[in-house]
Design a protein around this ligand. Structure first.
Ligand code: SF4
Ligand code: SF4
Length: 717
């Protein structure tokens, strides 16, 4: 900063007259520019959708072409569902258009809901989205961020709303307005889902549920091939092997096989019958209607069928004396075993087998359609001595395919969690930088003793602050953040809202902690991108020998107070007249110079350039005299508990070296430091520890040198 100011001979007196002229010009130009900004901002605040036009009127041909390419017309829907318009290509319905304002009334960073119109196809793909209105403070009159937001919303086109923003640009794409961008992106996806769900008749479930609505005609072979049914075939040869393995070779069977070894003894087919695609296709319309209309809701049924000589029902199931039991069949699920009687059977058509039934499971049996189960068919073999032994003939393991299970839509990840997950890399970079800064400040005495090292550290960190924190990450703390924090207790305290900007959260907390630790200067001197920009430019100006000017002590005191007046005006307007407050907050050039990187309308550009120009002749002129955030931090500076900057009895009288070295004139004639105006730049500490420039140290050094050079007492010359 100004460490070399004295040495370079660019003292404040040298350019006094020229500097005063420049400042007067700057003040006049500033007034004109601020007025222009007011007009532009006021004009842009018009058109708020307190009573928005009907959706079809907002969907002008230009807007429709943007959000639903290929559409030829829209019709407002009055079907009792979420507000939307049907979108047509010729006479064909191709999708829906909706407004996030009508469907969700979702607010972004401001409390005013924005209005984005968007389209969604009948299959649920977003076709496009366009912002019609918003009052987002970090997007208003910001062409750069607005362009980035348009790119982000454009990246939603083609994505399935149900799946979420996978594949879209992240909210960080709109650096510095990530809360707004995230809210807008999510509103488009959520709105598309709401509008489509109602009109597609899709079942909305809150827990895994069997899909009992959808139906697709399929043949028995197709049902088997895709796993909707399981099939187990036992040939005569298989039967012989099974009996041999069970030690039953040569035993007599209740139903003897017939024919060649490859002839089918039983072809057993099983499935869960409640999904219409399985039940209706497998058992036939009549049987399935009987299940759904004659049986109590929630009844579970299986479909069981067989070809071949062996009948899975057995031979006595019609026999009352036998209890109508299907003695050959059992269904096992976990610890439960289900057995059946003839009363549990509903006849089915023969599409699946010579013998085909829907089999009703007991209501209180606890059958779980989502858990695996197994259907077993048993047979009985009789030994030559007449003893009978039952053995397992065929077992079909079944699990209901996922396509027949409706799952509840996953709860969306909270926006703030998503923001921290997506911003993990930036969080790590910022945390590392803040860690370095903390260590550097804690051990500042070691750094300031080496003037060259200090200068590199200082310029390096300021460059990082400007380029990475400011221009790349867009993490410029602003008076708007402070106002939002102040407003928090006045409304419903929504912590998630404040947590949704990780870098701003971290910077805010660090600034608060450093305020209590060392004072306002840690943020203003090291972490404010616009402050860093002013200081880096001032270094260049001094290198180019631009004359420097500083106000007299009396005038400086008055100018210092100006920023408190501005702070009071900005905060008051923010709480009483938000639109005017947004205009007043434009006194900060942060949006223009940092987050929009000078891509804004001319009045804003002029204002930023005026302030930067002023900073070339009067270091940090904006910080010292105008900045409302700096003023707020200066007020809170009283909280600080540690005095980092040392003083000697000689500071102020007779020595004024530190006072002259302070680039922002925070050291008074008495040598005391006005901490709420100090930027912790450490320039004065470089002088303080310089035993060639600080007179008391220089004197001590000379004494030490003389003592070293003096002949020892009693020695010889
Ligand atoms: S006074 Fe304002 S612009 Fe200057 S460093 Fe502090 S916050 Fe940034
Ligand atoms: S008093 Fe503060 S602002 Fe001035 S030189 Fe020292 S550290 Fe920097």
């Amino acid at each position: 900063m100004g460490a070399g100011q004295e040495a370079s001979g660019l003292g404040h007196r040298s350019g006094k007259v020229q500097g005063a002229g420049v400042l007067a010009f700057v003040v006049l130009l500033a007034a004109a520019v601020l007025a222009a900004i007011g007009l532009v901002a006021a004009a842009s605040a018009q058109g708020a959708p307190d009573a928005p036009a009907a959706l079809v009127q907002r969907l002008t041909p230009e807007v429709l072409a943007e959000i639903f390419p290929g559409a030829t017309g829209v019709r407002e829907l009055a079907d009792g569902g979420p507000p939307a318009a049907s979108v047509h290509s010729g006479e064909t319905l191709v999708g829906y258009a909706f407004s996030t304002l009508d469907v969700l009334r979702a607010p972004g960073y401001s409390t005013t809901p924005f209005d984005i119109v968007a389209g969604v196809t009948l299959k649920g793909q977003v076709t496009g989205a366009k912002v019609l209105f918003h009052r987002e403070p970090y997007l208003i009159n910001d062409t750069h961020r607005t362009r980035l937001l348009t790119e982000l919303l454009g990246s939603l086109a083609g994505l399935e709303a149900r799946v979420g923003a996978v594949g879209a640009l992240p909210p960080q794409h709109v650096a510095g307005a990530t809360i707004s961008a995230r809210a807008m992106r999510n509103a488009v996806l959520e709105g598309a889902g709401i509008v489509l769900r109602f009109r597609s008749g899709a079942q909305i479930v809150t827990e895994p549920t069997v899909d009992t609505l959808n139906f697709r005609p399929m043949t028995a072979e197709e049902l088997i091939a895709d796993g909707s049914l399981r099939q187990v075939i036992v040939t005569n040869a298989d039967l012989e092997r099974i009996m041999a393995e069970a030690g039953l070779a040569g035993h007599e069977l209740e139903v003897e096989p017939w024919g060649k070894p490859e002839a089918i003894y039983i072809d057993f087919r099983v499935g869960y019958a409640n999904p219409p695609t399985i039940g209706r296709n497998g058992a036939g319309q009549w049987s399935f209607d009987h299940l759904t209309e004659e049986r109590p809701p929630g009844t579970h049924a299986l479909i069981l069928a067989s070809h071949g000589r062996y009948d899975f029902r057995g031979s006595k199931y019609r026999n009352m004396s036998h209890g109508f039991r299907l003695e050959r069949l059992q269904v096992i699920q976990g610890e439960k075993t289900f057995e059946f009687t003839a009363q549990d059977l509903i006849g089915a058509n023969y599409a699946l087998g010579r013998v085909a039934h829907l089999v009703i499971l007991p209501q209180s049996g606890g059958f779980d359609p989502f858990a695996p189960w197994r259907a077993e068919v048993h047979a009985t073999a009789r030994a030559p001595d007449g003893t009978e032994k039952r053995f397992l003939l065929a077992a079909a393991d079944y699990v209901l395919p996922d396509r027949y299970v409706l799952l509840p839509e996953p709860a969306p990840t909270p926006a703030w969690v998503e923001a921290w997950q997506e911003g993990a890399r930036d969080v790590a970079i910022l945390a590392a930088a803040l860690g370095l800064l903390t260590v550097g400040l804690a051990y500042q005495q070691r750094i300031v003793r080496n003037r060259a090292l200090y200068r590199w550290v200082r310029l390096g960190f300021l460059s990082f602050t400007l380029v990475w924190i400011g221009w790349i990450a867009g993490a410029q703390l602003s008076i708007v953040h402070l106002i939002n924090y102040l407003a928090a207790p006045l409304g419903d305290l929504d912590l998630a809202f404040y947590l949704a900007e990780p870098l701003i959260v971290i910077l805010s907390l660090y600034t608060l902690a450093s305020l209590v630790w060392l004072g306002r200067g840690v943020f203003c001197g090291w972490l404010c991108p616009f402050g860093a920009m002013q200081e880096l430019l001032a270094n260049i100006a001094r290198a180019l020998r631009v004359p420097q000017w500083n106000p007299s002590e009396r005038l400086q005191t008055r100018l210092w107070n100006l920023k408190y007046v501005i702070l009071a005006v900005v905060v008051t307007l923010a709480f009483t007249a938000p639109d005017a407050g947004a205009v007043a907050a434009e006194v900060e050039p942060f949006k223009t110079a940092i987050t929009a990187i000078f891509d804004r309308a001319l009045p804003y550009l002029l204002w930023a350039l005026v302030l930067l120009t002023a900073g070339l002749v009067t270091e940090r002129a904006f910080c010292r005299f105008l900045c409302p955030l700096g003023a707020a931090l200066a007020i809170l500076d009283r909280l600080h508990i540690v005095e980092l900057l040392e003083r000697k009895p000689e500071c102020g009288a007779p020595c004024r070296l530190c006072e002259r070295s302070c680039p922002v004139k925070a050291i008074g004639r008495s040598g005391t430091i006005k901490m709420n105006e100090c930027f912790q730049c450490l320039d004065c500490m470089v002088e303080f520890h310089d035993d060639r420039r600080c007179p008391p140290l220089a004197k001590l050094r000379k004494q030490a040198t003389r003592a070293a050079a003096a002949p020892p007492i009693g020695g010889h010359a």
